[in-house]
Ligand binder design. Structure first.
Ligand code: G
Ligand code: MN
Length: 260
């Protein structure tokens, strides 16, 4: 317990330095398009390396950053880095439809934050359609004024929205489905068991059908095996993301994928 406490204290301290020095890295996980058998989009993911402790897991530092009120600042640093990367390698956007960027609850609820993100796109002279913001299902249930304003700002600016972690928690479906999402990402937890548990398989397949009938594009998250991918293809899932295809990659490794 003391170890855990020390670790957390060290991360807290390191986070402040990391914000000052912009030490956060962005990794990119490619997402596979089943229709054309190629990568069609990327998810940008934050990574933070401590000089002695190594990689700090994102769920750990994001949780702590959230409590310290640093998450919005980190989000802006990360988004700048993503824009810089796309600007330097804009040819990628011929193959890639967009880059998905995660927004945490506090970023979505912070008044004015949406405009800061939109301004960063403008500063870099990039097209808004190059971006799609991921919003987790539990936040999408939040119907506060600032949240609705943020969603409206993104839509008006031409930035797409994606519903993240669908099926992971207790979302108010009625509220969620009224928001202007184009894409729904099925939570990894729904996928576990689809190859050995008939109930899990029927459930997953049914949800895919329902959501596609409603007009959403479906991304399956967390596919790790060939058998899983085979089923997802049979069920007509539009896109698949997961270690089976690729782990999240640093910039240089990602670029190598697209130079073929
Ligand atoms: O909450 P969100 O869906 O944005 O989380 C994405 C996280 O899932 C990333 O940190 C990424 O590293 C992880 N991830 C991506 N693909 C897989 C996978 O196939 N298996 C597992 N266990 N994790 C994955
Ligand atoms: Mn995500």
């Amino acid at each position: 317990i003391l170890e855990g406490f020390r670790y957390e204290k060290e991360v807290e301290h390191f986070l402040k330095t990391a914000v000052d020095k912009d030490l956060f890295e962005v990794y990119y996980q490619p997402v596979f398009w089943t229709k054309e058998d190629r990568y069609i989009t990327l998810e940008a993911l934050s990574r933070l390396k401590h000089p002695c402790m190594g990689m700090i897991p994102p769920d750990v530092f994001i949780g702590i950053a959230e409590r310290q009120g640093l998450i919005a600042q980190i989000g802006l640093l990360q988004f700048r880095r993503v824009c810089r990367f796309i600007k330097e390698n804009e040819y990628m956007m011929k193959q890639i439809k967009n880059v998905k960027f995660n927004l945490s609850p506090s970023e979505l609820l912070k008044p004015g934050h949406s405009q800061l993100l939109i301004n960063i796109v403008k500063e870099h002279e990039l097209l808004p359609k190059y971006f799609q913001f991921e919003i987790t299902e539990t936040v999408a249930t939040e119907y506060s004024e600032s949240f609705c304003k943020a969603v409206e700002d993104f839509t008006n600016a031409g930035i797409g929205l994606c519903l993240d972690d669908f099926g992971s928690g207790y979302a108010n479906l009625n509220a969620v489905l009224r928001l202007p999402f184009d894409v729904v990402k099925m939570d990894r937890s729904l996928l576990t068991g689809i190859t050995c548990d008939e109930q899990a398989a029927v459930f997953y397949h049914s949800i895919v059908t329902v959501m596609q009938n409603m007009g959403y594009i479906i991304v399956a998250e967390g596919a790790e095996t060939e058998e899983e991918v085979k089923l997802l293809r049979e069920w007509g899932v539009d896109m698949v993301q997961g270690y089976y295809f690729s782990r999240p990659l640093p910039e240089t490794e990602l670029l190598r994928l697209f130079m073929l």
